[in-house]
Design a protein around this ligand. Structure first.
Ligand code: FES
Ligand code: MG
Length: 581
């Protein structure tokens, strides 16, 4: 970077460290207790490293080492790194759901960046909610930002065969319930399922959001797929550290990368990778923070007709390790671009180049894993957006994980008032249910659960599993894990706990699902539906009466709006707050 450019950029951090007065003394002096020499405060870009490391977020537990490599890059490029922790959303441990605290983490990120001396930020993300939470928070400040993902785990192993994170749990548990797998083998799977550092190795939500971050242009190429324990992951961290310093001098803010065009690219990529339905909610929330209009219908309008090319579990066969070895996301982007499926090739990415320039020569080493357009896994992998009297503000279904024959279905409802009601009834041999029934669960949405837990892929009744039934239509206002599969209608909005018509469904009602037509209908007269809704007592929900859960329930937006808090939507900028003393 030329010195002229450097002269033109006024460092934000100079508002703390750039004066020889009482304030400058205070800001520098306390920092110096860490052994930082004075010359580090003399005009170097100060780069925040926003770390979601936590031993309670096992997917991000290797992040202190990752941060060290980012620091090396920052120092090499002439910046000074300052690492700071933020709330870490661990998907596997956090109850009632890590989604409840996504917005909390985003607030932590936003205020940490704005209130502290930094010119740019590196976001260390991995486990599902950490990626959207940090991008949301950073977008609301809009300083130069680069994402470094922790990378996926190595393939899981059971009896010499690969098993995929999460997906294996759903599968093997159904086998236990059907009586075809022993508890001993189930426990053996537990030991080999998560055998290295990193995030879920399936195309679950973590891998999906890592791909989204790369497709949006917020990371360096290949960030999504390099395994967590591969040395190249640490090289990428180092290079990202070097690059973020240049981004300060170029004033390459997040808003220059996160454009409407970038989101349209990402929507297409989600279809091509067979990505998680959670991306629908998270992209909306991120877009809302940076001021980009994104509607639920965009997932159909932009995404429709995009084939699923990546053959990964839960939709296909392979895992993230194979995906990286096959060419990773750059390989997919190249195939998409060559097939006219990358709508905005000139979208800017954090390395200063367009997304197309980054991938135009990307090699593809395995056509089984990254399939050619002539042989896709699914012809149209775009998320189905459904509307109808059962979901006036929409619902979604992931076609690559569904059973084609069930995507056009009419069946009678078997209704569960909430998750506990489902669990208490599903194993009952007397439950009036058959393979054509539609399982309906209420009160699992943002306000109802609270936090919209990943319980939408309700396990099937054991008696049907034992009879060989593999899939049924399921409908709820919940989310489902990106590692899950089935003909599962999710994110029904408005949710039952917000007065949505889902709350009015009764046992035996006919429900019609038409994915091609984008329809989800409860087959009762409108007057009857209105009468039922009027008579219905509003469920109190399961939220605590006070604390953060109170704030959450009072302010969370519905799924079609990204489940952000109403007061957090938008970017509030990076203006330096007034002095603290
Ligand atoms: Fe953390 Fe899947 S549980 S990435
Ligand atoms: Mg999950």
């Amino acid at each position: 970077m030329s010195d002229t450019n450097k002269k033109n950029v006024k460092l934000r951090s100079a508002e703390w460290f750039g004066t020889q007065d009482k304030n400058g003394f205070m800001y520098r002096s306390w920092m110096k207790n860490q052994g930082i020499p004075d010359h580090e405060f003399q005009g170097k870009p100060i780069i925040g490293i926003c770390n979601t490391w936590s031993e309670l977020t096992p997917c991000n537990a290797h992040f202190r080492k990752l941060a060290e490599h980012v620091k090396r890059g920052i120092i090499e490029a002439g910046g000074w790194p300052v690492e700071f922790p933020v709330f870490s959303n661990g998907e596997s441990n956090l109850r009632p759901t890590a989604m409840l605290t996504r917005n909390l983490a985003s607030m932590d990120v936003e205020e940490s960046i704005r209130g502290n001396p930094m010119d740019a930020v590196v976001l260390l993300v991995g486990c599902d909610k950490t990626t959207p939470a940090l991008l949301m928070g950073a977008a609301s400040v809009d300083v130069p930002t680069i994402v470094v993902t922790g990378g996926p785990m190595l393939n899981g192993k059971l009896k010499g065969k690969d098993i995929g994170s999460g997906t294996a749990v759903w599968q093997l548990h159904e086998e236990v319930k059907a009586g075809t797998l022993s508890m001993h083998e189930f426990m053996a799977a537990e030991a080999g399922h998560s055998r290295s550092a990193g995030t879920c190795n399936t195309m679950g939500t973590a891998s999906t959001m890592a791909c989204m971050a790369e497709a949006l242009g917020t990371s360096l190429p290949h960030n999504a797929a390099i395994p967590a324990v591969d040395a190249r992951r640490y090289v990428l961290a180092h290079m990202s550290g070097m690059r973020i310093v240049e981004m300060v001098w170029e004033d390459l803010r997040l808003s220059k990368v996160l454009t409407r065009e970038a989101f349209e690219n990402a929507i297409r990529v989600n279809a091509a990778i067979g990505g998680s339905t959670n991306a629908v909610i998270h992209l909306k929330a991120i877009a809302g923070r940076i001021g980009v209009e994104l509607e639920l219908e965009d997932w159909t309008r932009v995404g429709r007709g995009t084939p699923t090319l990546v053959d990964l579990l839960p939709s296909g066969r392979f895992l993230m390790e194979e995906f990286f070895y096959a060419g990773g996301l750059p390989g997919v982007l190249r195939r998409m671009g060559e097939g006219g499926l990358l709508p905005h090739k000139d979208a800017l990415t954090v390395n200063g180049q367009s997304i197309w320039a980054n991938v135009v020569d990307a090699p593809i080493y395995d056509d089984e894993v990254i399939r050619p357009l002539s042989n896709p896994l699914i012809q149209d992998g775009a998320i189905c957006v459904l509307r109808g009297n059962l979901a006036p503000r929409g619902a979604v279904l992931k076609p690559s994980a569904a059973t084609p024959a069930l995507m056009q279905h009419r069946g009678r409802a078997v209704v569960f008032e909430n998750f506990e009601h489902y669990k208490s009834r599903i194993n009952d041999p007397e439950l009036a249910v058959d393979a054509n029934s539609v399982l309906v669960m209420k009160n699992c949405g943002p306000k109802g659960y609270p936090g919209m837990a990943e319980v939408g892929n309700m396990g099937l009744p054991p008696k049907l599993l034992a009879a060989g039934v593999k899939d049924m239509v399921r409908i709820s206002d919940a989310r489902m894990s990106g590692t899950a599969y089935g003909t599962v209608v999710l994110h029904v909005a408005p949710e039952a706990a917000a007065g949505g018509p889902l709350g009015a469904v009764q046992d035996g009602d006919w429900i019609e699902l038409d994915c091609a037509g984008g329809r989800l209908n409860l087959d009762i007269p409108e007057a009857e539906l209105a009468a039922r809704l009027a008579a219905r007592e509003q469920a109190g929900g399961n939220a605590m009466k006070g604390g953060y859960q109170r704030l959450y329930v009072d302010h969370v937006l519905q799924a079609d709006e990204g489940c952000d808090f109403d007061f957090l939507v938008g970017s509030r900028g990076s203006a330096v707050p007034r002095h603290s003393h």
